[in-house]
Design a protein around this ligand. Sequence first.
Ligand SMILES: [Zn+2]
Ligand SMILES: [Zn+2]
Length: 264
Amino acid sequence: MKVDRHIHTPFCPHGSQDSLQAYVEKAIQLGFQEISFTEHAPIPENFVDPTPEQDSGMSMTQLENYLKDVHHIKEQYANDLKINVGLEVDYIDGFETKTTQFLNEYGPHLDDSILSVHFLRFDRQYFCLDYSPEAFAHIVQKFGSVSKTYDKYYETLLKSVNYDLGLFKPKRIGHITLVHKFKKQFPCPNRFTEKINTILLAIQQQNLELDYNAAGLFKPLCQEAYPAPDVLELARKKKIPLVYGSDAHCAKDLGQGYETLFSC
Ligand SMILES: [Zn+2]
Ligand SMILES: [Zn+2]
């Protein structure tokens, strides 16, 4: 079955204003049978978004409208396409209680969700991992090296997989090698195979899925999907379900890289 289960919407403050309908029409045109809208959930209220525009997630005041609009389009297109109402939820080290509360409240209204790590913690400070090469350089400086940054990322990712975020914890882990986003500018000498194996084992044991995310293919400093090829191979060996996601932030990107991802 052809699915795209990682799609953003006009509710994304750093995305495009393309309508939900534009995404749906594109999905139908490309022959998808199922899609999930997975907008960035609001970040916890007492978390200070470290990005310059503070636009990592939708605002809490928009959430009800988002759910209402996606439910509406889901019904409107019920005969043509299965549409899931979803969210991409951040795992933020130190904000697990708030995140669990959020999931307990909104989880019952969702058909699908993704748990992603975009923020790294350094003492009491937080950094957005995938914002820009300049911001990444700053993180590397803070952690001391590219390797140490990778190490922190995988450590946070493992926590996200293992943390009990309640009954409505997302079943899918987002873009597991997102730390590779600027790899051509910041090559990493280590492969972290052992750590990645531990993470994949935890994912397998908890029957979680992996977001098979095409976005990295189109980032000039990455040019590979998430998971990266070696991690993908390990995941396949462990028979972890891989769920395609375009991570589209505009309608034309829905389905991007689908053929490439499934030809290897
Ligand atoms: Zn986004
Ligand atoms: Zn993401």
